[in-house]
Design a protein around this ligand. Structure first.
Ligand SMILES: *Cc1c(COP(=O)(O)O)cnc(C)c1O
Length: 489
């Protein structure tokens, strides 16, 4: 299958590329991104024939449905990364929390957040493709928490790839910081930056735009790539678990194949939700995809009112930081799928130049045919965490944003699947506070208290983190980053 550009072609870049090119060089003409030329079919017949498939076999069938230019042995090797998840027989288990509501847990991988679902196999494939071409790539990431650890973990010791990861010093949780600074591999560099996440991200952008830096890379024969959430190599792996979760419900005897379900997705850059949308478009029986947000509720406005307006907004820091996002990159692919290339370019140009776009009423209704949206405040999330803890289920603050959608936006009597995107261990002080322990501030204390006072245990990789040796101690001012990078390269 070929991949085409969301904003049309500039006459310089190729107008169609293979999957391997789309993942190595993910930016398309006019600042656009790549989308599949068509979607495969994952209808009831597909579901029936994969009813008892292992996650890896289902994944292989989905990837082959997209007909990508990666050979089967490479795909199988990449998918074997799921063998290191908590339960190799099922990397994405489903828990029942209400008669008609189920949590699909996407956090059983090495860094305890859903980013592993895609980044784990993606990292293997990207490195393989780079080796095949005899090319060397630098992946640069600015992280506010979950992406950094997952990116480092997937690429560590992978040939032909180097990763530099910038994080705001003091701007992440203890667990997130330790997951980065204790990573030990020759090809990884982790740099703390004085400042907040915006400063870090802006520094990275400036560096990526600097001709001098590009020349230095060229001298060393290194190309730039990106593993961010618009890379289609991540999206493709994020369609699989929506199908898997549906089949889990069938296997549990909760639904019959063909019965529709609601999917609730805690959303930021909309990559997870987009995977669900592609699965629905390909034939998965989904009534609606419910988008859950925190008070940075720009997606709620987009879906409810048809407008996307950055001019009136400032980012608000919340207890679900992975969703503290205002420019949600993957909605562009929904616009493209629904309204085509010209309209997508128009809307995205409006967003870039005027910081806002407004859809027509018909367009808004077309979006609402597939999506609805709600947001929760931090206090509402803490109440949700406390309520479900009483019933014996501990969830993280991102997952907690889903409950309001489940309670308010499911008018039909259908089963609901909500996605849990992080383990409670990654946001333990918030969970402890929700459970009445507001004086606890550190991750170690919070994890101990929660283990001693609820029914959960913490995984080995979290317990070991606090005694691991720190390997990356560099913390610099913004101006010092380029020098550190060149030393590393
Ligand atoms: C990245 C992330 C999200 C947001 O996912 P998107 O695909 O960007 O919408 C939600 N929760 C957690 C814990 C995350 O790490």
């Amino acid at each position: 299958m070929q991949f085409i550009e969301t904003r049309g072609n500039d006459g310089v870049k190729p107008s169609k590329v293979n999957f391997s090119e789309a993942i190595l060089s993910p930016s398309a003409s006019f600042g656009g991104i790549y989308v599949p030329e068509s979607l495969p079919t994952f209808d009831t017949e597909f579901l029936t024939s994969h009813l008892n498939a292992h996650y890896k076999d289902l994944a292989l069938a989905v990837l082959q449905g997209f007909d990508i230019d990666i050979d089967e042995s490479t795909l199988k090797e990449a998918l074997s990364r799921y063998d290191a998840f908590d339960d190799p027989s099922n990397p994405v288990p489903l828990s029942k929390i209400e008669d008609d509501c189920f949590v699909s847990e996407l956090y059983h991988g090495p860094t305890r957040a859903f980013k592993d679902m895609a980044l784990q196999p993606f990292g293997y494939i990207l490195s393989k493709e780079a080796q095949k071409r005899g090319e060397n790539y630098l992946i640069m990431a600015a992280t506010s928490g979950d992406t950094g650890p997952a990116t480092l973990e997937t690429f560590k010791n992978q040939p032909n790839i180097k990763v530099a990861c910038l994080y705001p010093d003091g701007g992440t949780s203890d667990v997130q910081r330790l997951q980065m600074v204790t990573e030990e591999a020759e090809n990884l560099k982790v740099i703390g930056v004085h400042g907040n996440f915006d400063d870090t991200q802006n520094t990275l952008k400036a560096l990526l735009a600097s001709d001098e830096f590009k020349e230095e890379l060229a001298k060393r024969n290194i190309k730039l790539s990106a593993a961010n959430s618009v890379n289609f190599g991540r999206i493709i792996f994020q369609t699989i678990y929506h199908i898997h979760s549906y089949l889990e419900l069938v296997r549990a005897g909760e639904i019959k194949i063909g019965e529709k379900v609601y999917l609730v997705v805690p959303s930021g850059n909309f990559g997870n939700a987009l995977g669900g949308y592609y699965a629905k478009e390909a034939g998965l029986p989904v009534e609606k995809i419910l988008i859950a947000s925190n008070v940075n509720n720009i997606l709620t406005d987009w879906i409810e009112k048809g407008e996307y307006d950055l001019t009136t907004r400032e980012l608000i820091k919340t207890e679900s930081p992975a969703m503290d996002i205002l420019k949600s990159s993957n909605i562009e692919r929904v616009l493209f799928h629904k309204f085509g290339v010209e309209r997508t370019k128009e809307l995205m140009d409006d967003l870039n130049f005027k910081n806002r776009f407004t859809m027509t009423n018909e367009e808004r209704e077309a979006i609402q045919a597939d999506f609805s949206a709600t947001y929760s405040t931090d206090n509402e999330c803490e109440d949700v965490i406390a309520n479900y803890a009483k019933k014996g289920y501990i969830m993280d603050p991102h997952t907690a944003t889903c409950i309001k959608s489940y309670e308010q936006d499911t008018p039909k009597e259908l089963k609901t699947i909500i996605y849990s995107t992080a383990e409670w261990t990654k946001f333990s002080p918030t969970v402890a506070r929700a459970l009445g322990q507001s004086e606890i501030t550190t991750d170690t204390e919070a994890i101990e208290w929660i283990k001693n006072n609820t029914n959960v245990t913490s995984p080995k990789m979290i317990d070991e983190l606090f005694s691991k040796k720190i390997k990356h101690t560099v913390v610099v001012e913004k101006e010092g980053i380029e020098e550190e990078m060149l030393k590393f390269l």
